[in-house]
Write a protein that binds this ligand. Structure first.
Ligand code: ADP
Ligand code: TPW
Length: 604
């Protein structure tokens, strides 16, 4: 418990006048004689976080939280300062996913808060635990809308976009506020929590012993939730009766950190499995039971599908339609901690509600040596398709076109990752994402971070920083050139903290590709086209990192291996054929098509 209070700066600036005023003495007299040690809001926030084993803050300083960042650092916390709050927020979200502890993002009021809010909403959508802590302006002025510095009713704005939102007005409630935020972020379905801390709170003082006593160490923040025995039996019965069973692993399964039991379940049952993108590596992608290379076949043909921490949302075509084969030929088992997820798109025959660790353990307990593995007809048909598709892919990867295309560049990265399975891959873009997901195999759990449920661009550098900071492992960020632009300024952050991150920018001169034409006749380029031949590697060099321009897979391999060997911040500008990409990658069909547009096109 710390009660040291920062000393005042020698010179008072205009900014200082807006800062929360902390007392400059940590001892004062009670009555006439008894000295009493004081603490304040700043220190109580730090102590509450530390008490709950939170050791890192991702943020961006400014009124009223600058001193909080300084004091947290002085008190031994890692404070990672970003260039834009959205990336600090994304880092917090990724840290939450990787560690199972809520990642903390700290911002200033109104604009800083709003910048962080996108990341908070995205974390909630992805079921990642994070807490956005924002300083806020004076309540009295905000509520009367009298025009305070960075005035905004942040709590009201955050509420609909996250799992829970709280405001703390009194120093003695900081412990409760932080405890509630941690519990809300971690328990049940994980998600984003907003914690509003008005400027005045930080300067409030109270007796240090009373302050310490007011803090709460959260006991069992993500309590196990055991599934009901009859639901376990129902699921087992359905699995046993299946002729063509399939296990579908989602990022909830990766988050749950029940890696050994999940692997045991797959291997003991002998059921083919399909990992969603962030579940890749839960079992190594070259596992004999992986059905990834026969994805379309297994989704269409399976008769019983067991979802483990995966939602039947757009990424799985809502569990119906052509992707899923003949109508009414499938039954679903769904393991999820959120009961209301069940039946959200199609009927679920056997819901299994509980935490994945407990559910999978309960299923395993019901699987003995008499378990009959799936018919060879099913597993054999999958193996045939896999072999065919894998040899097709091998042939494509063996080509060495000039300029490089997505396949040849990713073929190079694939081999490097194979040799360094401990490296974490961050991946965003459209084509860059879709091709990397299928080409770059993962071998260990939670080594792949990507655009997630929203398919959001901009997570790249934030996720990469979090991955490096929380694991100390090397990070390879595979980025479309458009995707990279959303968080590109954070290469300075990467250099500043000297993080072992290698960014590979797939530079095809634009969004999706670089060849669009402006048909209006004006001088502007088309909306999807960027500056041609841009040298993103120079951005990294500007901050002291290593920049490489790679035009062949051999150059790319060399630069990537060097980056992994030296652990130095590196950016490889991988020059990709600008004609290679497809509009929106594999989700072209989601672009609205209008008959009027066709008419317009044909009349010009
Ligand atoms: P993917 O995009 O990989 O298919 P989703 O994000 O759609 O995965 O689904 C993740 C699911 O996992 C969510 O429905 C969430 O409630 C669930 N989940 C997350 N953590 C756990 C857990 N520890 N136990 C059970 N379910 C979980
Ligand atoms: C926050 C829309 C989806 S993918 C993409 C955009 C802009 C970039 C694709 O180009 P990139 O990759 O990165 O060069 P590639 O391999 O195809 O060349 N704003 C947000 N999120 C999304 N998803 C978009 C816009 C989009």
């Amino acid at each position: 418990m710390s009660s040291v209070i920062a000393t005042k700066p020698a010179v008072t600036t205009a900014d200082d006048m807006l800062k929360p005023k902390s007392r400059d003495a940590s001892v004062h007299l009670v009555g006439d004689t008894q000295p009493c040690e004081l603490t304040d809001g700043f220190h109580l926030v730090i102590d509450a976080l530390k008490l709950n084993d939170i050791d890192t803050i991702f943020g961006l300083p400014g009124i009223p939280i600058t001193d909080l960042t300084r004091m947290a650092q002085a008190d031994g916390m890692r404070v990672i300062s970003f260039r834009h709050e959205q990336h600090a927020g994304n880092a917090a979200a990724a840290a939450g996913f990787l560690t199972g502890k809520p990642g903390i993002c700290l911002t200033v009021s109104a604009p800083g808060f709003l910048n962080g809010l996108t990341a908070l909403a995205n974390a909630t959508t992805n079921c990642f635990p994070m807490i956005l802590i924002s300083g806020s302006s004076e309540r009295e002025i905000v509520d009367l809308q009298q025009g305070d510095y960075e005035e905004m009713d942040q709590l009201a704005i955050a509420k609909p976009l996250c799992k829970a939102a709280y405001r703390v007005l009194h120093a003695q409630d900081i412990g409760v506020g932080v405890a509630r935020a941690i519990r809300a972020a971690l328990s049940g379905r994980p998600g984003g929590v907003y914690l509003d801390l008005p400027a005045k709170l930080f300067a409030q003082t109270m007796d240090a012993a009373a302050g310490k006593a007011s803090l709460i160490k959260v006991v069992d923040p993500a309590p196990r939730q055991l599934p009901a025995p009859d639901s376990v039996q129902r699921a087992l019965n359905l699995l046993k009766g299946a002729k063509r069973p399939l296990i579908l692993l989602g990022k909830g399964a990766a988050y749950a950190q029940a890696d050994a039991d999940i692997r045991a379940l797959v291997e003991k049952t002998g059921i083919p499995y399909l990992p969603m993108s962030m579940a890749k590596g839960l079992l190594p992608d070259n596992h004999s039971q992986s059905a990834s290379a026969a994805r379309s076949y297994v989704l269409a043909e399976a008769d019983v599908v067991m979802l483990v921490g995966a939602r039947l949302n757009w990424l799985l075509s809502h569990g119906k339609g052509k992707t899923w084969g003949e109508p009414n030929t499938k039954q679903f088992i769904q393991i999820d901690i959120a009961p209301t997820e069940i039946d959200s798109n199609v009927a679920i025959a056997a819901p299994l509600i509980g935490d994945i660790g407990s559910c999978v353990a309960a299923l395993l307990a019901g699987i003995d040596s008499n378990w009959v593995k799936p018919p060879a007809e099913w597993t054999g048909a999958i193996a045939d398709r896999k072999d065919k598709n894998l040899s097709k892919m091998a042939a494509t990867l063996a080509l060495n076109p000039s300029p490089m295309n997505f396949h040849s560049a990713l073929g190079a990265i694939r081999e490097v990752v194979k040799a360094r399975p401990d490296a974490i891959v961050v991946n965003e873009g459209a084509n860059t994402l879709d091709f990397a997901r299928s080409i770059v195999d993962m071998y260990e759990p939670r080594k792949r971070l990507d655009v997630g449920t929203w398919g959001i661009m901009g997570i790249g550098m934030g996720f990469a920083v979090a991955a490096a900071v929380t694991t100390g492992k090397p990070v390879i960020a595979i980025e479309g050139d458009s995707a990279f632009g959303f968080s590109g300024m954070e290469v300075e952050t990467i250099c500043r903290y000297d993080l072992p991150i290698c960014v590979v920018v797939f530079n095809n001169n634009g969004v999706y590709r670089g060849t669009d034409i402006n048909t209006s006749g004006s001088a502007d380029v088309a909306p999807t086209v960027f500056v041609k031949g841009a040298r993103y590697d120079k951005m990294m060099e500007a901050f002291g990192g290593i920049g490489v321009n790679a035009t062949t897979p051999a150059e790319l391999t060399k630069a990537l291996n060097a980056a992994l060997a030296t652990a130095k911040p590196t950016l490889i500008n991988a020059v990709i054929d600008e004609t290679a990409g497809t509009e929106s990658g594999r989700i072209t069909m989601l672009n609205p098509q209008t008959a009027a547009k066709k008419k317009l096109a044909s009349s010009t």
